[in-house]
Ligand binder design. Structure first.
Ligand code: BG6
Length: 486
């Protein structure tokens, strides 16, 4: 789908996110003809670089983060020619007049200001954009997560940004919403009639959401140690997945209609009371171990600190106050330095009320729908079938599989490609509205407070394991087990 010409100013232009994700995403959109010729990318940051030096960094970033088969020399050169750089101090006065000159008159081009900086700078940068006449009626702002550190700081940031940009022009990124397989949840649920009728507590026993990573803190210790897994992954990505799974049908595939339904889910999350925190949450921190046979250090060594109370793993049992989901637990877990990178959703259906088969013929497993978000994207519906052969009726679980890779021989665009183009199109469906972000903080914050008020430290787990054993106990206490497809 073609987009209008745009000017994308990226604050935090020398940072990891810009180099690793945003520039590669823009490169792909350019290569596929979605960046009209008069569009511009302007890197803005504090470092004293000129256009040539920044383009050299951008070139290195593309070589590091784009598949070499997708890098054609002349395409890269033409892409880099559309990039310039301005030294700007987000909080101070330096650089703003130059930025204004470089942008010149936007004309028909859509101005997009992408704030890939620390969230403390969102307010000051927006104020400066307004003071320097850059926040015109067509301009839009894109905010990376995290929006703040807790509910109060999120409100403060939203207020300050809101003084300059209306809600309709504010795009809060949760890159999970841009992942193809996450968007596919909407198709699965609302473009098929078979599942919706089963999507409730009459038929579903429980839901599991796992987002496992093998990476550690990878040089992001400064940010991560002030954040931890609950703030970094659950408050945003995992709760967004939960919303898409649990919400009712929106009245239309339209931004506010979708976000209204997600908000209802967030508001239905049952608060976890301080006295329940110990039984329905587990936090862990990775210790030295091995992944894929390679030894890796523990979190404290990665951080270079003697101690830290920050969790790199969290498991939770969440419940929703709604008729549809009464007594259907949502078990959530995420962690760094787990055995494999794997994000998946498991919908486990209720066990048969009664079995007509003799016990020795069948170890009857409940049906499960397994939605693999990454890698090896696909879906599997696990069902019991008869073992072929003349030896009598023996049953075993088999999968009805869809592999997206095999079904669609196409490259999966990175989440940022879709989301960046949506900001130019002005389509906010896959972005978080202010009230969603604040509702998510409102649920997460009491958990953090309860953890902080308790003397226990996060439980250690060996790198390369599935987290502390307490996370296994969390679900096994309810007579259920985590799905581990290793
Ligand atoms: C980011 C978190 O939002 O998501 C990181 O800050 C995490 O800590 C990353 O590694 C995971 O994203 P993905 O797309 O690799 O699953």
């Amino acid at each position: 789908v073609p987009v209008q010409s745009f000017i994308c100013v990226v604050f935090g232009a020398t940072g990891d996110l810009t180099l690793r994700k945003l520039l590669p995403a823009l490169y792909y959109r350019f290569r596929d003809g979605q960046m009209p010729g008069d569009s511009m990318i302007v890197g803005a940051a504090r470092s004293g670089l000129d256009d040539a030096a920044y383009r050299a960094r951008a070139r290195d970033a593309l070589h590091a983060h784009v598949a070499s088969t997708d890098l054609q020399g002349e395409v890269v050169d033409s892409f880099l020619a559309q990039i310039s750089y301005v030294q700007v101090d987000g909080t101070g006065d330096t650089g703003w007049p130059v930025l204004k000159d470089v942008l010149g008159s936007a004309g028909e081009r859509v101005p997009v200001f992408y704030l890939a900086t620390s969230p403390e700078l969102y307010g000051p940068i927006c104020r400066n954009l307004a003071r320097h006449g850059l926040a015109g009626p067509d301009a839009r702002v894109v905010l990376e997560k995290p929006i703040g550190h807790d509910l109060e700081s999120a409100r403060d940031i939203n207020d300050r940004v809101g003084e300059v940009f209306s809600e309709a022009r504010t795009f809060r990124i949760d890159h999970y919403l841009g992942k193809e397989t996450v968007q596919n949840l909407l198709a699965l649920r609302f473009a098929n009639s078979i599942f919706e009728r089963l999507w409730n507590s009459d038929v579903i026993d429980h839901v599991q959401i796992t987002v496992a990573e093998t990476v550690g803190v990878e040089g992001r210790g400064g940010y991560y140690d002030r954040s931890g897994a609950l703030r970094d992954m659950v408050q945003n990505h995992i709760l967004q997945l939960l919303c898409l799974l649990a919400m009712d049908s929106p009245v239309a595939m339209q931004a506010d209609a979708v976000r209204d339904e997600k908000l209802k889910v967030l508001r239905a999350l049952r608060p976890i009371e301080p006295h329940d925190v110990a039984s329905v949450t587990v936090r862990g921190q990775y210790a030295a171990g091995a992944i894929g046979g390679n030894p890796v250090k523990g979190y404290l060594s990665d951080l270079g600190e003697p101690e830290s109370n920050t969790e790199t793993f969290v498991a939770l049992k969440a419940q929703l106050n709604s008729w549809r989901w009464a007594n259907v637990p949502f078990y959530l877990r995420t962690g760094k330095r787990l055995p494999q990178k794997m994000s998946e959703i498991v919908i486990q259906f209720r066990a048969l009320p009664f079995s007509i088969f003799p016990r020795e013929a069948a170890d009857l497993q409940p049906n499960r729908l397994i939605i693999r978000l990454q890698p090896e994207e696909g879906m599997r519906l696990e069902m019991m079938t008869k073992d072929p052969g003349p030896g009598g009726l023996r049953l075993r679980p088999t999968g009805l599989d869809i592999s997206f890779e095999k079904a669609f021989a196409t490259r999966y665009p990175d989440a940022y490609e879709r989301l960046l183009m949506d900001t130019v199109r002005g389509n906010a469906t896959l972005f978080m509205r202010r009230d969603e972000v604040e509702a998510a903080w409102g649920w997460v914050e009491p958990i953090i407070e309860a953890w902080e008020s308790r003397p226990e430290r996060p439980r250690p787990y060996s790198a390369g394991s599935w987290g502390p054993t307490a996370a296994i106990a969390l679900i096994e206490r309810d007579g259920r087990t985590w799905h581990e497809d290793v």
